[in-house]
Design a protein around this ligand. Structure first.
Ligand SMILES: [Zn+2]
Length: 167
């Protein structure tokens, strides 16, 4: 199986309403960048139990991020860390980074009045994000300079995670 050793962490917003990983998985399924997980078996079972689509001896995982941080601060696993992402094609980041997304739409132009989701990260989201960044940068030995907002990746034509987001 393909193995990814992350050298960067890329931060996103989902640009939408607070929703569980499985719902975003269904949404991302239409884009067709899913990965097929067939080992280890315990992990396949974990994803199948969560409701991800079972195919033969494995599961299909469509959600493009590796972690999703909900409005209440809970952290949901997206793809396993060792699988390629589908969250930032610029700089080939899908193959060398962990993608972390906060639910919500923090862009004042795209979402001025909150119709597309909460307009700024909740305190619980930021607390969980800091904890997750500490954890990931610790286990993968990623320096502070390797933690990048999606819009700051060279070549990425996006405002993600919105102008109302700051680390
Ligand atoms: Zn993004």
């Amino acid at each position: 199986m393909e193995r990814l050793y992350p050298r960067f962490i890329i931060i996103h917003h989902t640009a939408g309403h607070d929703a569980p990983a499985l719902e975003i998985d269904a949404y991302h399924a239409r884009r067709g960048f899913g990965v097929f997980l067939e080992e280890p078996e315990y992990l396949v079972e974990e994803y199948a139990d969560r409701g991800f689509e079972r195919v033969k001896k494995g599961v299909l995982i469509h959600i493009g991020y590796h972690y999703l941080i909900r409005a209440d601060g809970s952290v949901e696993k997206g793809r396993p860390d060792f699988m390629r992402g589908a969250h930032c094609s610029a700089q080939n980041m899908n193959f060398k980074s962990v993608g972390v997304a906060l639910t919500g739409n923090f862009d004042s132009v795209d979402n001025p009045d909150g119709r597309k989701g909460h307009t700024e990260p909740t305190a619980s989201q930021m607390k969980s994000l800091r904890g997750l960044l500490d954890y990931l940068s610790d286990i993968y030995e990623i320096p502070q300079s390797g933690i990048i907002l999606h819009r700051d990746v060279v070549g990425a034509a996006t405002r993600c995670p919105g102008d109302r987001f700051a680390l």
